[in-house]
Design a protein around this ligand. Structure first.
Ligand SMILES: [Zn+2]
Length: 139
C-alpha cells in the first residue's frame, strides 16, 4: 500500500492525546474509513432537495453537500420541520455547533403565535398562595 503524507493541525490537548497513541496514522486511517460510511458526497434525498432546496437533515448517511459541517442537532431539525427556521439558519446552526461556538443546543427564542405563551413564573403563584393563606387566617 502506498502512503500519502498529509499534515493535520492539532491543538495542544489533541497533540498530547496523539503523542500517547501507538500508531496515530493507522488510527486516523481507520477513523476516516468509519466516517466515510456516515456521509454521502451526493445528495441523499433528491425529492426533498427539489421541494425544499435542501436534503433531509435526519437522513443517514448525511448529505455532505447540504450539511458539510455535520448533522444538525435534533432540536434544530425539529424547528426546521416546524417551519420556524429557514434552511440557511439550519445550516448555519450546524456549522456554529460543529465549530464549538455553541456547545449545547440552547432554546431558540422565536416569536410565533403558534407556540404556547411562556408560563407564568412560579414565584407569583407562591405569593398569591401565601397572601390567600394569610387572609384566610383572619376569617
Ligand atoms: Zn444534499
Amino acid at each position: 500500500m502506498s502512503r500519502i503524507i498529509k499534515t493535520v493541525s492539532l491543538d495542544k490537548e489533541s497533540d498530547e492525546i496523539a503523542s500517547k497513541m501507538g500508531n496515530f496514522s493507522k488510527w486516523v486511517r481507520n477513523e476516516l474509513k468509519k466516517h466515510a460510511y456516515t456521509i454521502s458526497f451526493t445528495h441523499t434525498t433528491p425529492e426533498m432537495l427539489e421541494k425544499q432546496g435542501i436534503c433531509n437533515p435526519s437522513h443517514s448517511p448525511r448529505c455532505a453537500i447540504c450539511y458539510p459541517y455535520g448533522k444538525p442537532y435534533a432540536s434544530d431539525i425539529k424547528h426546521f420541520n416546524q417551519g420556524l427556521i429557514t434552511k440557511e439558519r439550519l445550516q448555519d446552526l450546524a456549522k456554529i455547533r460543529y465549530e464549538g461556538i455553541i456547545e449545547k443546543p440552547k432554546p431558540i427564542i422565536i416569536e410565533d403565535e403558534r407556540l404556547d405563551p411562556p408560563m407564568r413564573p412560579v414565584k407569583e403563584r407562591k405569593y398569591i398562595r401565601r397572601a390567600l393563606k394569610y387572609i384566610w387566617s383572619f376569617i
